[in-house]
Design a protein around this ligand. Sequence first.
Ligand code: 9MR
Length: 363
Amino acid sequence: MISRRNFVSGAIPTVLGLGAMAAPGANAAGEMTLAEAGRTAGLLYGASISEEAFADPDYLDLYARETDIVTTDVALKFDWLRPSPARFEFERADAIVSAAKRSGKLVRGHTLIWNDNAPEWLRRLSGREVERVFDEHIEVVVGRYAGKLHSWDVVNEPFWPMDRQKGGWRNGPWFAAMGPSYVERAFSRAASIDKTAKLTLNEAQCEGNHEWGRAIRPPLARLIDDLLAKDVSLHAVGFQSHLQPQWPANYLEFADYAASFAARGLEIYLTEFDVNDQSFPDDSAARKTAVAETGAKFLNAILRAPAVKMVVNWQLSDRYSWYRELWRRNAPTSQRSPSPLPFDDRCRPNPLRAAMIGSFLAR
Ligand code: 9MR
């Protein structure tokens, strides 16, 4: 077994290469893969990846076969990169970027600026110091990967009405120091350093018609209009697409909302697709069927918009889903492990995989 330490020291990518084990476009049974179906539909298909994948050869093989693009799950987040003010821990992200390059896969950087998960040392700084760290962070991180990324989630989740800020903004160190102007500042600075990555504004919750989704859609549209009016380099809007079928949704209405950004000249990416199965039946087969049906309903609606250029799952196998992290934390109160992704714990296809391929091919 390959240890986390080996991975971090950079030893793994010389041992395992994404893409080294399979011909592009077909799995072992000769069936069409998600990546191949995506290509047929004019979509880039991929999944987020974290260091665990490099310690699990079956999982790594799944990325090799099924994806054309990978997103850094946590490796480029501020708190992971900068546990202390003076140090940048680039090893995880470097390993992902170089493994992807060797195997001809593209990489999305997630996420440059987010008001969530700030390390304690950042929260102790004055507003002035926070601004200095902000500029330095963008310069160093964007500079390091300039020319190597397909796209960057420059700002993640600018709105979070639960933080009760005027305008629905998410609170955190960047917002507290600079107010809403941090968004424009991040895009402008990133654009001046990386001339090739598609600069993306990534948002959560908009897919749903629940209170949060309804609250976030209008200010997000206003923010995007404002950035475009100021000629800020913004190329795409990312909708995370963590579907929450336990709450109200109207995917056709969401598709119209999303398409309005295409009319403003932006590409649309579905950046973190998965399906929360908590409200589905206990029976595992029935639950997985319901996940597949929900996923297909969503994709069939949103993929009508030609500006949708990418579909990315948040991890590929249920075993590594963030819902499993939550479930493990709440294990005493919940009976069953979540199954929100196209592959199960043992990297076998869930019904969601075939449903996604069906939706891609129907496009
Ligand atoms: O998958 C990520 C999980 O491992 C982290 O603990 C968490 C906090 O950094 O973030 C998860 O990814 C989130 C993503 O960065 C933004 N959208 C929601 C994702 C799931 O929570």
